[in-house]
Write a protein that binds this ligand. Structure first.
Ligand code: S3P
Length: 435
């Protein structure tokens, strides 16, 4: 059943919202807790499908993790760096690229054990050689369809050796996989990225006791010295800025809107969306800035106002890679032509997000031109309601909901349930903020 969106007459958005926990930090807290010694207690863990996939894989390898429910503290009983058991069955990573890629790095070094990773239809189409290739340089044995690029993937665990690896794409999933593999390799490993990607793994692993240094031009080089054991920690997960982005754009484009998003993680490797909204002239205020468990956090208040077109180039992409779909919606309501380039990575996300956003917003009357590595969006053309489809992508579902909020006339959104991958309460929050 498609979801009916776009109330007539249109209602504004007002009030306070707490977005759920950061997805990247949630995966890492579970994974690092699993291979630490002692108990890790996680406050604010994202209770959504993607982290549940990570937890299910870890449980299948003998890790005890308490129930993951909204508002509940989650405890992870660590099994130590080499304590993961060989699972009796295939490990299902669901829709989660982070789960599969980080698991590859984590499991490649578990000598003498065999693992098979699979996922849903979307994940089985996503490139994994970007992790398997560099891991092979460390001695990993991973095989799969399409020359090892596509899941299902089989891992025959090996004693890995340290290496210096230059990754061709800035990807925190690739970097984190290599860092995890490096923890039990023989000798140091250095990972060098073209541009720094999000650094949650580096921050959190250091807090767990790993020996890890970050340096190089633009902090693009991470060096891990193996040997240190990890100790269970108390982790506080801030709200996900990638989820907050839907409300920031919705507030900026909806006449009369006044929204406050509380407790948003503001790690500088994630805040590109704020830079772009500032470039657009959006009215966003940072309130109550503070630091929580090694990550900067604050509340963001957004009110409606006129917007200018933006330009986003390759250097900025890693800091807002997941926010391009909703920024494409913002661009429809800005004055002028917005441009995104250097964003070819979007084609290998949960869906080809450049094609899907051009197609779905196009159905609502947007004028979007698609290029191999980006988009241009003509601003100032009012969108109209239409029949649209998330194409199973959580961020597309929520971006289209934001578009439907200001479009003229009703919208029917097919496959809205995709939102549960990262933000299960999104539809309730939307209804509440419209009230
Ligand atoms: C993530 C990294 C990003 C991002 C994804 C989560 C992570 O992917 O798109 O949603 O948690 O490391 P890449 O590593 O492919 O850039």
């Amino acid at each position: 059943m498609p979801l009916a969106l776009g109330t007539q007459p249109a209602r504004s958005l007002r009030g306070v919202v707490q977005v759920p926990g950061d997805k990247s930090i949630s995966h890492r807290a579970l994974l690092f807790g699993a291979i630490a010694e002692g108990t890790t207690r996680i406050t604010g863990l994202l209770p959504a499908e993607d982290p549940l996939s990570t937890a299910a894989c870890l449980r299948a390898m003998g890790v005890t993790i308490s129930a993951i429910e909204a508002g509940q503290l989650v405890s992870v009983e660590g099994v130590g760096l080499d304590g993961l058991r060989e699972p009796e069955d295939v490990l299902d990573c669901g829709n989660s690229g982070t789960t599969m890629r980080l698991m590859l790095g984590l499991l490649a070094g578990r000598a003498g054990r065999h693992f098979v990773l699979t996922g849903d239809g979307s994940l089985r189409r996503r490139p994994m050689q970007r992790v398997g290739g560099p891991l092979a340089q460390m001695g990993a044995q991973i095989s799969g369809r399409s020359g090892g690029n596509l899941a299902p993937l089989a891992i025959q665990g090996q004693q890995l050796r340290g290496a210096t690896i230059r990754t061709p794409v800035a990807s925190a999933q690739v970097k984190s996989a290599l860092v995890l593999a490096a923890l039990t390799a023989t000798g140091d490993t250095t990972v060098i990225e073209p541009v720094q990607s999000r650094d949650h793994s580096e921050r959190m692993l250091r807090a767990f006791g790993a020996q890890l240094s970050v340096g190089g031009p633009g902090m693009t080089e991470v060096t891990v010295t193996p040997g240190a054991s990890l100790r269970g920690q108390d982790v506080i997960v801030p709200g996900d800025i990638s989820s907050a982005a839907f409300w920031l754009v919705a507030g900026a484009i909806t006449p009369g809107a006044d929204l406050t998003v509380q407790n948003v993680g503001l790690n500088p490797s994630r805040t590109g969306v704020l830079d772009v909204l500032e470039q657009m002239g959006a009215r966003i205020e940072l309130l109550n800035g503070r630091e929580v468990a090694g990550e900067p956090v604050g509340d963001l208040r957004v009110t409606h106002g006129p917007l200018q077109a933006f330009t986003i180039g390759a250097e900025l992409i890693p800091r807002l890679v997941d926010e391009i779909p909703v920024l494409a919606v913002a661009a429809c309501y800005a004055e002028g032509i917005s441009r995104v380039s250097g964003a070819e990575e979007l084609r290998v996300k949960e869906t080809d997000r450049l094609a899907v956003m051009a197609r779905q917003l196009g159905a609502m009357g947007a004028r979007i031109e698609e290029f191999a590595d980006g988009l241009t969006v003509q601003g100032g053309l009012a969108l109209h309601g239409a029949e649209v489809d998330s194409e199973t992508d959580h961020r597309v579902a929520m971006s289209l909901a934001v578009a439907a909020q200001v479009a003229h006339g009703p919208t029917q959104l097919h496959r809205p349930e995709a939102a549960a991958v990262s933000y299960p309460g999104f539809w309730e929050d939307l209804e509440r903020l419209q009230a």
